[in-house]
Each structure stands twice: as structure tokens, then as C-alpha cells.
Write a protein that binds this ligand. Structure first.
Ligand code: MN
Length: 430
């Protein structure tokens, strides 16, 4: 039978965000990553809840491991959804989840969203999950090439998550596992920054899981670290069920060619091969007629969940470094008083401008809540900053809704955020 020989986990806020909304769980035989999304602290709450539910382990009853794992995910979805409806500040929150359970001879996986599971077996590095993102679905339907998808402005929009809806459809998969397999579960903060081939390289070249985990997080940060980065790594080994005492010696003897030769019989024909499972899933998908192709005028299907917003960017004013000057300037008192009043007025104006909000489009063309007033001052000063960037592309909105985004009407914060939330859910009446 298999057991977890070693594991390593690390989560990092990255270089652009102020909070870490990822959560992970690692207690053999269950490993998981959850990547939360939602305004303020909502993302953390959502991913934390998912992990809290998984902490209970598998329910004792309820069928196969796949079914029991899926029932935990359904439970997590219900709890996140219920809480998001009780508390307005948590409205619309959601999270991805990718969880893997190490069984006697196989790995069982439940997956929702765009966190990923990879396997390194011998030197072959392979992704075992499919992203539930708009662009990957378009790729699967043959409407986008993988190259186009990689550069697509909407590549971070996910189509499934725990929380936003009362129910969730999770992928469940089972893979025959082997001695010395290494598995990586990670959030998109890694894979959006580091190309897949490079992730595989770093994993192959590291001598320990710890080195590998650190190298992966470092690589994501070096590439910009625009999102929270979480990696969970574990390595399996084959042990004989007879007893732990014998296990160490057996493992030592099992490594190498003998283990490789022995494994296929252990997992052989009875266990479905990864490709079969994926094939069957793909068929199931088509059979159920999953989202008919999105209408061209409105490329975002209902139920699409925007990625977590960018944290409000607050420009840090340069700290005054000038020391006090010895030289006395002779300025008429009246001028000083005038300057003082002018400064006071500007400061008051600045504060006033910061209590209002408006809805507009971001540079990338997404519906965005701005704090401040929709004006640029000379010298490149803006009177506004991003408060919340949604995943809703302005180009996809019907004309009437688009007008809401272009008119820049001043609103209260709640009003502006509420408006965007309605757009996100596709529920704003045109
Ligand atoms: Mn993320």
C-alpha cells in the first residue's frame, strides 16, 4: 500500500496583494488548496471555511472515496453560500478547492475552479486537473487555441467556485498512484506567473520537497508575484501493510527498478487510467450539454465568477527627506496666510473627493469601482484610485448597462459596490 513519505507546504502573499486569501490543508492522507475571492476579507473567509470543512476528513459513510470527498465539498459550498447571504460584507464570496486523498493504491481528487494538481512521475510532469475558467472552456470547445487563451484578457475569470451558488458541480477523479510519485497542488498565483514547463523543471531539479516548494514560490515572486502563491507538495512511497517496523527496510529495497516493475500489477487493469477518467468526464460534460456557447454579444455566461478584486492601490506619498533649512526665507506674512488657506482648501477638497465613488472601466476594460472623482489634475495627478476591479468586461455589457460605466456618476461606496455586484451576477436589469 501507499503512504505519504514526505510533504511540504508554503503560502505566500506575493508582491502585489496586501492580504493572503489562499488557504491550504495538509494532514496525511488529505491535502488541499483553496483560493478565495471576494471584496475585503471575504476571500479569506471563503477559503478558510473550505479548509475547515475538509479538516473533518472524509465522512464515515456515503459510498466511494470520490463520493465522500465530493460530499465534503458540497458541504463547504453550502456553508460558504449560507454565510455569504447572512452577512452583506461577505456577499458574493467564493473559493476554488483542489483536494487530493491518498488511498491504498490510488489518489482521489475533487476539484472546483482554477487551482491545479500536477504529478511528477519519473521525469514526466503532468497536469491532472482542468481549470474551470472561461478561456479553458473555450479551448475545450475548440473556440480558442491554448496560445490565445494564455494571453486572453479574461483568462482569470473562473466559471465554477464554492460559494456563489446554492449548488456546485465538482470534478471527481481517481488516478492509480505509484511509489515515488510527487504531487503538487497549487493556486493560480504560481501557474499564472511561472510557465508550466518551468514548474516541472524546478520540481525535477530540487533535491527535497522543501527546496522545490521554496523554489516555486521564489519563481512566482521573481516573475512579479501578482497574486497569492500557495504550494502543497507530497511524495508517496510503497510500504507493505504488514507493519511499520518492516516498512523502512522494504521501502529501501523497493526503490528502483523493482518498484517500477511491481507497481503496474498493483494498480493494473482494475483501476481506471487517468486518460480514461478524463475522457469519460469530457463525454459526461458534452452529454450534459454544459454551457451552450456563450452569445457573442454577451461573452460572460451567467454564473461566471469574477476573480478576486485587486486590492485598492494606495499610492504611498514619498516621505519628505528634506531636513530643516538654516537659511531663513523672507516671505510676507500675508502670502503665508494665503498659502495656508489655499493648502487647507486643497486638503479639504482632497478629503471630500475621497468620500465619493464612481463606476468606470479599468485600463484592461473591466468594470471597476473607483474611489474619488473622475478627474485628472495637471502633472499626472489623479483624483481617484481603484477600489475594486471586477471580472466583468465592459465590452460584454449591453448598451444600457455600458452607459452606467461610462457616465461616471458619483455614488456612495455602497451604491457603487452594489451596482458592480449586480453586474457581476448578471442581474442588473438593462
Ligand atoms: Mn489566486
Amino acid at each position: 500500500m501507499l503512504r505519504v513519505a514526505d510533504h511540504f507546504e508554503r503560502t505566500d502573499t506575493g508582491r502585489a496583494r496586501r492580504a493572503n486569501e489562499d488557504s491550504y490543508f495538509a494532514r496525511s492522507p488529505l491535502f488541499a488548496v483553496a483560493d478565495g475571492m471576494g471584496g475585503a476579507q471575504a476571500g479569506e473567509v471563503a477559503s478558510g471555511l473550505a479548509v475547515e470543512v475538509l479538516e473533518q476528513g472524509l465522512p464515515d459513510e456515503g459510498g466511494s472515496i470520490e463520493e465522500r470527498l465530493a460530499s465534503r465539498v458540497a458541504e463547504a459550498n453550502e456553508r460558504i453560500n449560507a454565510l455569504s447571504r447572512e452577512d452583506e460584507r461577505l456577499a458574493g464570496m467564493g473559493t476554488t478547492v483542489t483536494a487530493a486523498y491518498v488511498g491504498e493504491h490510488e489518489l482521489t481528487v475533487v476539484h472546483v475552479g482554477d487551482s491545479r494538481l500536477y504529478r511528477l512521475r519519473d521525469s514526466s510532469f503532468e497536469r491532472l486537473t482542468e481549470d474551470h475558467t472561461l478561456v479553458e472552456e473555450l479551448v475545450r470547445q475548440g473556440k480558442l487555441t491554448p496560445e490565445e487563451a494564455g494571453a486572453h484578457p479574461q483568462r482569470s475569470i473562473i466559471t465554477r467556485a464554492l460559494g456563489p451558488e446554492a449548488g456546485v458541480q465538482a470534478d471527481t477523479l481517481t488516478f492509480p498512484a505509484r511509489d515515488r510519485d510527487v504531487y503538487l497542488i497549487c493556486s493560480d498565483g504560481l501557474t499564472s506567473m511561472v510557465p508550466e514547463a518551468r514548474v516541472g523543471q524546478l520540481l525535477r531539479s530540487a533535491s527535497t520537497l522543501q527546496d522545490a516548494g521554496r523554489a516555486l514560490v521564489d519563481a512566482a515572486n521573481t516573475a512579479g508575484g501578482r497574486d497569492n502563491i500557495t504550494v502543497v507538495l507530497f511524495r508517496l512511497e510503497e510500504v507493505h501493510a504488514a507493519g511499520v517496523g518492516a516498512a523502512a527496510g522494504d521501502t529501501a529495497r523497493l526503490t528502483g527498478a523493482a518498484a517500477a516493475a511491481e507497481q503496474p500489477t498493483a494498480t493494473g487493469a482494475a483501476a481506471p487510467r487517468a486518460r480514461d477518467v478524463r475522457g469519460a468526464l469530457a463525454e459526461a460534460d458534452t452529454a450534459e450539454g454544459t454551457p451552450a456557447e456563450p452569445r457573442r454579444a454577451d461573452p460572460v455566461p451567467t454564473g461566471v465568477v469574477p476573480r478576486r478584486p485587486q486590492p485598492p492601490s494606495e499610492a504611498h506619498a514619498p516621505v519628505a527627506t528634506e531636513g530643516r533649512r538654516r537659511r531663513r526665507l523672507r516671505i510676507p506674512a500675508g502670502a503665508i496666510v494665503s498659502l495656508f488657506f489655499l493648502a487647507a482648501i486643497l486638503v479639504a477638497f482632497w478629503f471630500a473627493s475621497q468620500t465619493v465613488y464612481f463606476v468606470g472601466a479599468s485600463d484592461d476594460g473591466f468594470v471597476t469601482v473607483y474611489r474619488g472623482m473622475p478627474y485628472d489634475l495637471p502633472a499626472g495627478l489623479d483624483l481617484y484610485s481603484v477600489n475594486y476591479e471586477s471580472g466583468v468586461p465592459v465590452a460584454g455589457l449591453p448598451a444600457r448597462q455600458r452607459q452606467v460605466v461610462t457616465e461616471h456618476q458619483l455614488r456612495s461606496r455602497d451604491d457603487a459596490q452594489d451596482l458592480v455586484r449586480q453586474l457581476e451576477r448578471g442581474r442588473l436589469q438593462p
